[in-house]
Write a protein that binds this ligand. Structure first.
Ligand code: NAD
Length: 318
């Protein structure tokens, strides 16, 4: 069966970046006409797949409305973002300009020019805060978990989900918000939520020392980019709206991450610990039951295999 959005083009914002470029690849495989919008502030031109039409445009610019008028995008995959948690703390205004006003610029253009569906890159890692012991016994965080973002970045992602709901209710634009865990894989950069993978891989491959913050027992839900893309595209193609956690349901701590990457790089580095980072979130792990059920999706790549593939990619680049 042809993919749901095959008549008019699909716009992928952030398609020169890590996850967005993998989404663009996959949509081309599905037979979609893919346009990529990216200002190349974080992404690179070479990530944009050959079959996609590229627009070097900022999500905040007036050019966005012209593009929607000209191409009448049927669906929008919105992945462009100020995605650096630290930068959002240092400059919350810039974070909100890109993440909130940028989204509104796209949605306003979309509602005037026939946009039918949005799939949005949200975050589970930065929206929920620490697991609440009264939900699921604190074992994992379902979509119904209280939201207590600890950074301006988490706040703008949560606000974005509310705007999407508003545009859905008011203008009938369907919206799927995918709350990612910490996404890692080929093409990732050191600034994202799973930046530690890129930092460890690059440093170990260069023979540079690593200092793990504190005990290294901080956990995250690391999910491989290929699995994220399958969930993202499934949510895009499905009729209706919703919020979906996209992780593995498994916690991995920094020490385990270090040991895997140390092994795959062949660096044989010593495990060294430094002072803990004050205020750092201790645990994050997503409950993926709802996503598995509704989207008929499960992660297929475990953390060891995914890290091996990621390290191979960094090796080729170094
Ligand atoms: P990335 O930096 O590789 O991709 C983001 C892209 O957005 C870049 O290509 C960048 O050039 C582009 N961009 C930034 N500002 C822009 C602007 N003003 N106008 C147009 N383009 C702009 O990051 P990523 O890790 O691929 O993240 C993709 C999305 O997934 C982001 O929305 C991010 O918040 C979200 N997300 C990522 C993770 C993760 O672990 N990587 C976790 C949760 C959510």
């Amino acid at each position: 069966m042809p993919f749901r959005f095959a008549d008019r083009p699909v716009l992928v914002t952030g398609g020169a970046g890590f996850i967005g470029s993998h989404v663009a690849d996959r949509l081309l495989e599905e037979g979609c006409q893919v346009h990529v919008l990216d200002d190349l502030s974080g992404g690179v031109r070479e990530n944009v797949p050959e079959g996609a039409v590229f627009h070097e445009v900022d999500v905040r610019s007036d050019a966005v409305a012209d593009l929607f008028q000209e191409h009448r995008f049927e669906a929008l995959c919105h992945l462009a973002a100020q995605m650096d948690v630290r930068r959002s703390v240092a400059d919350p205004q810039f974070d909100a300009e890109v993440n909130v006003l940028g989204l509104l610029n796209l949605l306003e253009a979309g509602r005037q020019h026939g946009l039918e569906k949005v799939a949005f890159a949200s975050t589970g890692g930065a929206i929920y805060g620490e697991p609440d012991p009264s939900v699921n016994g604190g074992v994992s965080q379902p979509e119904s978990h209280p939201t207590l973002p600890m950074s301006p970045y988490g706040i703008t992602k949560l606000v974005s989900e509310h705007y999407l709901r508003f545009y859905n209710d008011t203008y009938g634009i369907e919206a799927a918000a995918l709350r990612f865990g910490n996404v890692y894989g080929p093409r990732q950069n050191p600034h994202g939520e799973a930046g530690v993978v890129a930092i460890f891989a690059q440093r170990l491959l260069r023979g540079e020392p690593i200092t793990i913050n504190g005990e290294g027992t901080q956990t995250r839900d690391y999910v491989f980019v290929g699995d994220v893309v399958r969930a993202f595209v499934a949510a895009l193609g499905r009729q209706g709206s919703g919020i979906f956690n996209v992780g593995t349901g498994i916690e991995t701590d920094v020490n385990e991450l270090f040991r895997h990457i140390n092994r795959f790089t062949g660096a044989g580095a010593e495990e060294r610990h430094g002072p803990a980072k004050p205020g750092e979130q201790q645990r994050s792990v997503l409950d993926i039951s709802r996503t598995s059920e509704v989207l008929d999706w499960r992660p297929e790549v475990d953390v060891a295999r995914g890290l091996e593939e990621t390290v191979e990619w960094f090796k080729e680049r170094e």
